[in-house]
Design a protein around this ligand. Structure first.
Ligand code: GAR
Length: 207
């Protein structure tokens, strides 16, 4: 059984999708051992507690520097020693040290079709940028994390149509429901079943 740590900062709807998928056996061979939040007010914490999952808050504001924050996060991750770390709406940068130590064991969900609308935008800002540009398709991407933002090998992507009547909020809502809550659990399941291999910065799914 793979031990999974989920890192969150906000609403936690992707965390909920993962918990549901584990309960329904849509994620096989995986269990969430710990949820770490960068924000003590995150609703994600209540979701974890409801499901009797251990939680830990590592709040950025309790640390003097980004480096001190990253060092504490690294320490706690090493203590937990997971097989997989999932960034499910985690809004802090992961240090190179963490990425190197957990090489190809950290995955992230980003609410756009990477390499569009990524790198310096996150959360609702992605959907604002999508609407400003007027692209006709958007979606989300699950990828491995490397030292650059939203840059590692892509595991799964799925697109949906942008509607002329969309607001950033309606688009965010639809991308979460129709894309994120599907491709994140699917990617975690593939990882837990050892079905993902990486070659030349690309992933291959072995069936
Ligand atoms: C999700 O839309 C996720 O893709 C995004 O934050 C939201 C978290 O929602 N992540 C990023 O933008 C990371 N670059 P949730 O707390 O309801 O899962």
């Amino acid at each position: 059984m793979k031990k999974i740590v989920v890192l969150v900062s906000g609403a936690g709807t992707n965390l909920k999708a993962l918990i549901k998928a584990i309960e329904k056996n849509k994620i096989k061979n995986g269990e969430i051992s710990l949820v770490i939040s960068s924000n003590e007010k995150a609703s994600a914490l209540a979701i974890a507690k409801e499901h009797k999952i251990k939680t830990l808050v590592i709040s950025r504001k309790n640390f003097n520097s980004k480096e001190d924050y990253q060092a504490e996060l690294f320490l706690k991750l090493k203590e937990e020693n997971p097989n997989l770390i999932v960034l499910a709406g985690f809004l802090q940068v992961i240090s190179k040290e963490i990425v190197d130590f957990f090489e190809n064991k950290i995955i992230n969900i980003h609410p756009s079709l990477i390499p569009s609308f990524c790198g310096d935008v996150y959360g609702i800002k992605v959907h604002e940028a999508v609407l400003k540009k007027g692209v006709k398709l958007t979606g989300a991407t699950v990828h491995f994390v490397n030292e650059k933002a939203d840059d590692g090998p892509i595991i799964l992507q799925k697109s949906i149509k942008v509607k002329e009547t969309d607001t950033p909020e309606t688009l965010q809502d639809r991308v979460k429901k129709k894309v994120e809550w599907k491709i994140l659990p699917k990617s975690v399941n593939l990882f837990c079943l050892d079905k993902i291999s990486i070659k030349n910065n690309k992933t291959f799914i072995n069936n």
